[in-house]
Design a binder for this molecule. Structure first.
Ligand code: AMP
Ligand code: MG
Length: 422
């Protein structure tokens, strides 16, 4: 387990007062480790969980060569480039009820999708390609088919004894279906990550409290809990903690005793008069960063006990952006996920954007498809770090990289799509 100072020493040019966004991810990947406990869950409960071991196929899927179409199965060697093929129908193969007889030259078997291919046959002509002759034989016109068409091979999806899913893969709906196709009712997954959250600040009102001058309602709790919920974390919600040392200490101690990770919002910026930073420093091994980014900038990271601490800024959009860009990848790693970062998409900016080189800027963007099929993006209005309405309208973040300068209309920019997370 590396201390903050040890990790800092490993990173070239580490400057906590002007940290690049990319260095934040690098630092966090060295700070966090996957949880090691494993549990067995039923497939029905496995959605979004992370697989704890490679899954080896106990059977092949499909278990036999079978037909991909409703039609007629025959030996494809009989197809000619210059002549139609007439075949006598000698039987029927149903899905779940195989044809057992033998099939000779000039013969075929009527076959349904999924039915086992009769022995010796390798080709299926779809019903709609055929005509029926007066003598009852079916006719396959020239050029509609080649030998081997419309046959699915045994094990073409999953082969018995081979790896079907890798440890660290998240169980998407497709992956759950794949596990079920192997006849498996349960899977081994990494236990859920426990994440504690509280908002700090004397000006923060909980819902239900009457408004008062200078105070704002706690929105961060709902954005963070929502994003954690969508990641499949087990959330320990500690509400709003007022700026009193005893209460902050109690909250941090409770969080550290229960959670793998602690997320807080507020109280980490430079000018903070409150006790949050002091308490983090007192209880843990914590770095206080100024990140070269917008929105965001202040962030505290470290350990309290054996829990990882993410002290996010207070501004509602800064919370969401730092969560999405930094905390989420770190939590995924803690969850045992081996997923790589989602790809950045390229979109043409529909507007000029002012950008200062020397920091990473995240603009709330709405990506859509242009008339020529390429992607275009516009910002969603007021980009103030407290403005949630422009966050709501966005479907992704425009990432203006550290070295990048002003953007002109039509310039290509990178976009990080929310993809159901934000
Ligand atoms: P701070 O980082 O504590 O200086 O907070 C920056 C700004 O974010 C201030 O305007 C706070 O009022 C606001 N803020 C802090 N915490 C929250 C919260 N939980 N919900 C909504 N706004 C907040
Ligand atoms: Mg504050």
């Amino acid at each position: 387990m590396n201390s903050i100072a040890q990790i800092a020493a490993q990173l070239q040019g580490y400057d906590p007062q002007a940290l690049r966004a990319a260095d934040v991810n690098e630092f966090l990947s060295r700070l966090v480790e996957p949880v090691s406990q494993i549990e067995s869950v039923a497939i029905i409960d496995a959605l979004d969980r992370v697989l704890a071991a490679d899954l080896i196929s106990p059977i092949s899927v499909p278990p036999h060569d079978n037909s991909a179409m409703d039609g007629y199965a025959f030996d494809g060697d009989q197809l000619r480039a210059d002549a139609a093929l007439a075949l006598q129908v000698v039987g029927t193969a149903l899905a779940g009820k195989a044809w057992q007889g033998s099939v000779g030259a000039g013969q075929c078997v009527k076959i349904m999708t999924g039915a086992i291919m009769p022995a010796g046959l390798d080709t299926v002509v779809p019903q709609e390609f055929t005509q029926v002759q007066a003598d009852g034989r079916i006719v396959i016109p020239v050029g509609v088919l080649k030998a081997g068409d419309n046959r699915r091979f045994m094990g073409e999806d999953l082969m018995q004894g081979k790896s079907a899913l890798r440890s660290g893969e998240r169980l998407t709906p497709a992956a759950c279906g794949l596990v079920a196709s192997l006849g498996l009712g349960t899977v081994q997954v990494v236990r859920r990550l426990r994440v504690a959250y509280f908002s700090t600040g004397d000006e923060i009102l909980s819902l239900g409290q009457p408004p008062r001058e200078g105070a704002v309602y706690d929105s961060n709790r709902y954005t963070v809990l929502g994003m954690l919920g969508r990641m499949g974390c087990e959330v320990i919600d500690l509400g709003v903690v007022p700026d009193q040392p005893q209460l902050l200490e109690a909250a941090f101690r409770e969080a550290a005793s229960k959670a793998d990770a602690i997320i807080t919002s507020g109280g980490v910026s430079v000018g903070e008069a409150d006790y949050t930073k002091a308490m983090m420093k007192q209880l843990g091994d914590v770095a206080f960063w100024k990140i070269a980014m917008r929105p965001g900038r202040p962030m505290a990271v470290g350990r309290i006990g054996s829990s990882i601490l993410f002290g996010l800024p207070g501004n509602p959009v800064a919370v969401m952006v730092t969560f999405f860009a930094f905390v989420r990848p770190a939590l995924l790693r803690m969850m045992g996920s081996t997923a790589s970062a989602p790809p950045l998409l390229k979109a043409r900016s529909q507007e000029a954007i002012r950008k200062k080189a020397g920091r990473t800027e995240y603009q709330r963007g709405l990506v859509s498809t242009a008339a020529d099929g390429s992607l275009k993006v516009r910002t969603t209005g007021n980009q103030g770090s407290g403005v949630l309405s422009s966050m709501v309208q966005a479907n992704g973040l425009i990432v203006l990289h550290h070295e990048q300068g002003n953007i002109a209309v039509g310039d290509e920019v990178d976009v990080m799509m929310f993809d159901g997370v934000v």
